[in-house]
Design a protein around this ligand. Structure first.
Ligand code: FCB
Length: 442
């Protein structure tokens, strides 16, 4: 009998995503490491420690896992504080190690995407004011040039900044991440530096490698008004979504940074993205609330009926995936889902989450929208920032004390998807039966 299936186009990139600080271990020379040492910053006092021990070589076994399970792409990041441990010092050994990782990926037929900045900063940079200091634009450009020059034989897909929009909110408005500020002025100023650093890196990469494809990974939050009939909820939802989701990619498109009440023209920033990196996890409801002045009068929550992740951090809202991919169309560029996943130690919700989100990616692909790949977060459990080790996003489970890995059912499900270049009814029935009736009605 013919099998019903959601097929993807030939050459679709199927991978996982990781980030240096979350997997390498012993990244002692960056601002996050320092932050982890401060009491009260990380859930349960957790620390990154050895993380997944990649720096001692365990990347090898994890890449092997990725390859054996049919993945043909991997998104990883390089750690600035390793490559440039001091303003006037470059560590060639660190670059060689990344080169070896990339060479191995090539041997395994895995296409890499390399992220240049995934949240962490060298201590020396943080001491100079980090991303608030205007000098960061030039410093990031110099760093980028060095990295691209060293790795360009193996990489053409570059992501300059990971989730600059999330980084800005958490570091400069919420104060939950280093540098721990709650300062709207610093938030806006740093936004301008980030977009300029992105554009300087974009131009530097293309000068060294004309065939490069360069983008940013934006954390796309799907926002819906808590009460659709209530104008303040609707109005604030639009405002929020515009500030959070749109500001940076729109600036990279037309060179205009739209801040509340202000438009700043930066001509050099115009046209500095070749693709949209789209990170999607969840959707929030937004209610106007006079008591939330510090959060710009918004109360964010989840629809009560949506299934929640293990710690309640995320809700399973696959429709937001489709909405977000539609939003990507605004930019008339290729798109890749550069992150998507859920924290779920016992793999109760992940198979369904995966199936339902990929179905939305498939819908987008079938409208002929230029969606070129999907990177699941993550390959193996890793250090989850202020949430420490309390959240488990891996297809493989990690015991961070023994470094033992064990496969979750989702790893087999994802392997079947990668090999098949799609999802068949049989696979969904086997791995995600809860999603079956909706995906394959009758
Ligand atoms: C994203 C981050 C990534 C990881 C996932 C769960 O926002 O980019 O590093 O922490 O969330």
């Amino acid at each position: 009998m013919a099998q019903a299936a959601f097929h993807f186009p030939r050459g679709f990139l199927w991978g996982t995503a990781t980030a240096a600080h979350q997997v390498e271990g012993n990244n002692t020379n960056n601002d996050w490491y320092a932050w982890e040492q401060q009491p009260g910053r990380i859930a349960e006092g957790h620390r990154s420690g050895l993380a997944c021990d990649w720096w001692h070589g365990r990347w090898r076994e994890d890449f092997q896992r990725a390859a054996e399970s049919g993945q043909n792409a991997h998104r990883l990041s390089v750690e600035w504080s390793r490559i440039q441990p001091a303003p006037d010092r470059w560590d060639e050994d660190a670059l060689d190690r990344y080169l070896e990782m990339l060479r191995t990926l090539k041997e395994l037929n895995i296409t890499p995407m390399v992220t240049l900045h995934h949240f962490t900063n060298p201590v020396w940079l943080a001491e100079q004011g980090g991303w608030e200091n205007d000098k960061v634009v030039e410093l990031f450009e110099t760093f980028t040039r060095r990295v691209v020059d060293a790795l360009k034989d193996y990489v053409t897909l570059w992501c300059t900044l990971n989730e600059p929009n999330g980084f800005l909110v958490l570091g400069y408005l919420d104060g939950m991440w280093p540098p721990g500020k709650k300062d709207l002025g610093a938030y806006f100023h740093t936004s301008l530096n980030m977009i300029q650093a992105h554009s300087a890196a974009y131009h530097a990469i293309h000068a060294l490698q004309p065939q490069a494809r360069v983008g940013m990974a934006i954390n796309y939050r799907s926002l819906v008004p808590a009460k659709a009939w209530f104008p303040p909820d609707r109005w604030l939802t639009r405002l929020y979504s515009g500030i959070f989701n749109d500001t940076l990619p729109r600036a990279a498109q037309d060179g205009i940074v739209r801040l509340p009440g202000r438009r700043i023209r930066l001509p050099q920033v115009k046209g500095t993205q070749d693709f949209i990196g789209f990170n999607y996890y969840t959707r929030n409801t937004l209610a106007f609330n006079l008591l939330k002045a510090r959060e710009l009068f918004a109360r964010l929550s989840y629809r009560p009926e949506a299934a929640k992740s293990f710690t309640g951090f995320l809700a399973n809202e696959p429709d937001g995936m489709f909405e977000g991919l539609k939003w990507c169309r605004l930019f008339l560029l290729d798109t890749a889902t550069t992150e998507n996943g859920i924290e779920d130690p016992d793999d109760r919700l992940r198979p369904r989450y995966l199936a339902e989100h990929l179905r939305q990616v498939w819908r987008a692909v079938n409208f002929n929208w230029p969606v070129k790949g999907y990177f699941h977060w993550s390959l193996v459990d890793n250090f989850e920032w202020e949430r420490g080790w309390t959240q488990r996003f891996g297809l493989w489970k990690l015991d961070e004390h023994t470094q033992a890995r064990s496969k979750r059912l989702s790893a087999d499900f994802y392997a079947a998807i990668c090999r098949e270049n799609g999802l068949s009814a049989e696979m969904v029935a086997r791995y995600a039966p809860e999603a079956f009736a909706e995906m394959f009605p009758n």
